[in-house]
Write a new protein. Structure first.
Length: 195
């Protein structure tokens, strides 16, 4: 048993002893005491479940959109990880993409590219990208339509590589097609160009 687990069990015991000792000190009838103890145990069990499974609850809340529209402006709330994740539609396929102003080009995982029906460039040699994790080989392609909220960008160059795993990222080539983009507190604000 780890020290952290032992501390959790000790804390749970203290939480159980406190209400039981209060009930005994008040000399409440045994039947009523057992009902109260069962109620406290239930509350404690639910609390421990929530705390122990908080990662799953966080993942579930991540499925709920933190992206809002105000007219043509799209606002994206900062995620718990300190990054902005946009709900994006690539050639009709929905995905969540990291907004990465440090990336020159929009990057797609192989799975997203395949689902979106993106045809990779037929050049014999891949494009070599310099990333924070070192150089990687990728294939160039073009997404017919990339939509973020009310913003639609046609014929967007993208790169596809197995090195991206299942991650997709919006790069500067998307952001540079906007009228403006900025971070306002904990919100990314995207303004489309007016025609």
């Amino acid at each position: 048993m780890t020290a952290g687990r032992a501390a959790d069990i000790a804390f749970a015991c203290v939480l159980l002893i406190l209400p039981l000792s209060a009930l005994i000190a008040r000399r409440v009838p045994i039947g009523r005491t057992l009902k109260m103890a069962a109620a406290w145990l239930t509350i404690l069990a639910i609390g421990l479940l929530i705390v122990s499974e908080r990662g799953r609850f966080t993942a579930l809340t991540g499925l709920l959109s933190d992206q809002h529209f105000d007219g043509s402006t799209t606002r994206i709330a900062m995620g718990e990880d300190g990054h902005f994740h946009a709900d994006v539609v690539v050639n009709g396929v929905k995905t969540t993409m990291l907004v990465d102003s440090g990336a020159t080009t929009t990057a797609l995982s192989e799975a997203t590219a395949k689902a979106a029906g993106i045809t990779l460039d037929e050049r014999p040699f891949p494009v070599v990208l310099d990333t924070a994790n070192g150089p990687i080989a990728a294939r160039a392609a073009t997404a017919r339509l990339v939509t973020v909220g009310s913003i639609r960008v046609a014929d967007l160059p993208v790169v596809v590589s197995p090195a991206f795993g299942d991650a997709d990222a919006i790069g500067m080539n998307f952001l540079s097609r906007l009228a403006s983009w900025r971070v306002d507190g904990r919100t990314l604000v995207l303004e489309p160009k007016t025609k």
